[in-house]
Design a protein around this ligand. Structure first.
Ligand SMILES: [Ca+2]
Ligand SMILES: [Ca+2]
Length: 189
C-alpha cells in the first residue's frame, strides 16, 4: 500500500519490509496556461550528491541534456514540454544496485524553464507531486502531494533519497526558491 507523505516526513524506501533497489521517481504538475499566455515548461532534474553535498561529477547532474548517469544508476526518461494530463509528467528511473559507493543522496527538483522571461512561477502551478513506484507491477510505494503554498518560486526541491546507516530513505521536502534551475546548479555543482 502506498504511503502519503507530509512535508518533512522521512520514510524507509521499502516494500513489505524489504528495501527497494530499483524504482521510478515520478513527478507531476499542471499549469494554468491562461495566467501567462505562453508555453509553460517545467523540468525535473536530479543531483547525485556525495557526503559533502556536491555532485559526484558533472555527469551526475541528471537533466534534459544529460539523461543518464555514467554507471546507469539514474536515467531521466525524457523532457515533457507541457505537463498536460494526469499522472507523471517527467520521471527518473533509479537503480541503486548500480550506485557508486560514494553516493550519499539524490535530490529531485522541478524548475520552470525560462521562467523569468515568461514571467512564470510556481504560484501558477497546481497538483504538484512526487511519487516513488516499483515499475514491476506499477506498484506505488509512496507519494508526496506538495500542496499549493507557492507564489514567486521558480525552483522547487520536491524530495530526496539518502542513505542512513546503510538504509536508503526518502524525505518529502517541497521547498521553493527563486532563481530557476541555476539556483540548484550553483548549490550542488
Ligand atoms: Ca519539461
Ligand atoms: Ca500534469
Amino acid at each position: 500500500m502506498s504511503i502519503n507523505l507530509q512535508k518533512g516526513q522521512k520514510v524507509n524506501l521499502e516494500k513489505n519490509g524489504q528495501s527497494v533497489q530499483k524504482f521510478v521517481v515520478g513527478m507531476g504538475w499542471d499549469v494554468n496556461e491562461t495566467d501567462s499566455g505562453q508555453g509553460f515548461d517545467l523540468d525535473a532534474s536530479a543531483f547525485m550528491l556525495a557526503e559533502n553535498g556536491k555532485v559526484l561529477t558533472s555527469n551526475h547532474f541528471i537533466f534534459y541534456n544529460n539523461l543518464t548517469s555514467p554507471e546507469g544508476c539514474a536515467e531521466h526518461t525524457g523532457d515533457n514540454l507541457t505537463g498536460a494530463g494526469d499522472g507523471d509528467d517527467e520521471s527518473i528511473k533509479i537503480d541503486l544496485t548500480k550506485a557508486p559507493a560514494n553516493l550519499a543522496s539524490i535530490t529531485f527538483v522541478v524548475t520552470i524553464h525560462d521562467a523569468e522571461n515568461r514571467r512564470q512561477n510556481f504560484g501558477q502551478v497546481k497538483n504538484a507531486f512526487v511519487r516513488v513506484y516499483d515499475p514491476t507491477g506499477n506498484e506505488e510505494i509512496l507519494k508526496f502531494d506538495l500542496g499549493e503554498d507557492f507564489s514567486i518560486e521558480t525552483a522547487v526541491e520536491f524530495g530526496k533519497i539518502y542513505k542512513k546507516d546503510g538504509q536508503w530513505k526518502f524525505e518529502a521536502i517541497g521547498t521553493g526558491f527563486a532563481g530557476g534551475l541555476q539556483k540548484f546548479v550553483d548549490k550542488y555543482c
